[in-house]
Design a protein around this ligand. Structure first.
Ligand SMILES: Nc1ncnc2c1ncn2[C@@H]1O[C@H](COP(=O)(O)OP(=O)(O)OP(=O)(O)O)[C@@H](O)[C@H]1O
Ligand SMILES: [Mg+2]
Length: 302
């Protein structure tokens, strides 16, 4: 197997109790689009800043493109396209001046691809960056990240502020990027958007990774809902005792709602003798699973 493009082991950064990131393990393979999801304050930007050598870790290890993010920062930034969560670049310079500065630092001579990107995203490049709207800053940030065709893109919430048409354009750009064999690591809040583009994803909550899987793998474990209708009274306690099954009664005692997160066969066997007159099954709900991972433990206890 090719060496991982991003690899972290027990990466930890504390800013005080209950803040920062704890024991983050990540492995991003070449050519992948890897999604990094989690609620506000979960630790996405902190992790990304460590990967880009902008924060030091309190403990643990990170290698990016085989490099040490702090020690090899110059080479790392040359070979990577980084889109920060909040673009803060020379507020008084115009977008064009910023692009030229970054371009010359990176030794970018052929600007055709850059100009295509400007056109494609309709980036506003003739005004001082401090006067740009959030969306227009984001477009400039995307051009900055992609213009030198880096082998790795590290994008902190790349689509925040983009309108739906540009979000689509962005997805197309991601697909072109990985078709070249290049790698993308992106953070997001939007499961819907992420599940359409990523090969793998990790969910972080309160500084810890709670799951890493493919979208397909997640879907296999996502809850399914089954609604049963009876024409007689039934004793459903046996169903409720099955592993991975939650029952919720409705106001009508002849209706029963099951949420199944485990294997379905044992549930079907337990249902059959109850003699339902109807059964309605809904497909796996990734949203529900995702929200389950999102909800903080404190909220769950309430
Ligand atoms: N420089 C800092 N000083 C103190 N605390 C910080 C610093 N940077 C991050 N934190 C804390 O670390 C935790 C993780 O923050 P981080 O910005 O990584 O979250 P995030 O997942 O990117 O959230 P969001 O979705 O809102 O962008 C938060 O509790 C945050 O307050
Ligand atoms: Mg963030």
């Amino acid at each position: 197997m090719a060496p991982a493009v991003i690899e972290t082991h027990a990466l930890t950064r504390s800013f005080g109790p209950r803040r920062g990131i704890i024991d983050v393990d990540l492995a991003v393979e070449p050519g992948q689009i890897f999604g990094f999801l989690g609620p506000n304050g979960a630790g996405k930007s902190t992790t990304i800043r460590i990967l880009m050598g902008l924060y030091h870790a309190s403990s643990g290890a990170a290698r990016v493109l085989g490099l040490d993010p702090l020690g090899d920062a110059v080479e790392l930034h040359r070979r990577t396209g980084y889109l920060p969560g909040e673009l803060a670049v020379y507020p008084r310079l115009t977008g064009r001046q910023v692009l030229d500065r970054f371009g010359s630092v990176r030794g970018l001579r052929d600007t055709r691809y850059r100009d295509q990107l400007i056109e494609r995203f309709g980036a506003e490049i003739d005004r001082p960056t401090q006067t740009l709207s959030k969306g227009n800053k984001q477009k400039l940030g995307l051009v900055l990240a992609f213009m030198h065709r880096p082998e790795l893109l590290v994008l902190d919430e790349p689509t925040s502020g983009l309108d739906p048409l540009l979000q689509r354009e962005f997805v197309a750009l991601l697909e072109e990027t990985t078709a070249d064999g290049r790698t993308v690591f992106l953070s997001s809040h939007d499961l819907d958007e992420v599940q359409r583009v990523v090969h793998r994803l990790a969910i972080i909550r309160e500084g810890r990774i709670v799951v890493t899987d493919t979208v397909e793998g997640l879907r296999r474990h996502a809850p399914r809902t089954v609604e049963l209708t009876f024409d007689h009274e039934v004793d459903t306690t046996a169903l409720g005792r099955l592993e991975g099954v939650q029952t919720s009664e409705s106001s009508d005692p002849r209706h029963l709602l099951l949420t199944i997160t485990g294997p379905v066969a044992p549930v079907l066997r337990a249902i059959a003798p109850l003699d339902p007159v109807d059964l309605l099954a809904r497909p796996a709900d990734l949203d529900e699973l995702f929200l389950g991972y999102y909800r903080s433990t404190e909220l769950q206890e309430v």
